[in-house]
Design a protein. Structure first.
Length: 217
């Protein structure tokens, strides 16, 4: 019986226009701690102050896609030291059934979250645990509401029966855990889509699953 902390982010665009420059996959990734990770939060704060002292402005925290190569390398070093559990689920959009495409982007998001959460939640919890789930918010107000409802429904109806689930929807700028999830997902996505494994050294040791339920693109 204990507390489990799961932080979830997404990657890729939600439309199916892959040939028009869109991502091949839509992905969900989580970084999970089974222990009190307060020391890790302080470590992240110290890193951010270090960067501030070097003149690196990070008003919204870290974001793998936007950070410089040198900043990214330092963040990955901290992540590797902290060793959270990573899990990812990627849907190859070109392989989606027509009836899935017809239901739009909110359904694609819900499907990805469902396929990811229903399996990973079982693997990271034991009887009597409380699973705290923080999900990065995205999009317009209307899309945020739709995605939040989708996530809440999945967590309500597909959480393991042996644990309690608490769901929060946060801006990634407010949470080191969400930034770690972003970094982990970014590394796996680049490896999957481009064959670029430059930062997998920080993620691979604790990457517990890379689920491709619709096959490869």
């Amino acid at each position: 019986m204990g507390d489990v902390y799961m932080f979830a982010d997404e990657t890729g665009n939600l439309d199916y226009n892959v040939s028009g420059g869109g991502s091949k996959y839509f992905g969900i990734g989580t970084a999970t701690w089974r222990v009190d990770h307060g020391a890790h939060l302080m470590q992240a704060t110290q890193l951010r102050f270090k960067h501030a002292g070097q003149g690196i402005d990070l008003p919204s925290g870290y974001h793998a896609k936007d950070d410089s190569h040198s900043t990214r390398a330092e963040v990955y070093k901290v992540i590797a030291d902290q060793s959270p559990r990573f899990d990812t689920t990627f849907l190859a959009k070109a392989n989606a059934y027509p009836n899935v495409r017809a239901r739009g982007d909110s359904y694609l998001y819900q499907m990805a979250w469902y396929l990811h959460f229903k399996e990973v939640a079982k693997r990271v919890t034991d009887s009597g645990d409380t699973l705290h789930v923080a999900v990065a918010t995205l999009g317009t107000k209307a899309r945020k509401r739709a995605f939040q409802q989708a996530i809440n429904e999945v967590c309500l109806y597909h959480a393991p029966s042996w644990c309690k689930v608490v769901v929060a929807h946060w801006d990634s700028a407010t949470s080191w855990g969400l930034q770690v999830a972003d970094y982990g997902l970014w590394a796996v996505q680049r490896d999957l889509e481009r064959g670029d494994d430059a930062f997998m050294w920080a993620v691979r040791p604790t990457l517990s699953s890379c689920f491709l339920p619709w096959g490869r693109a």
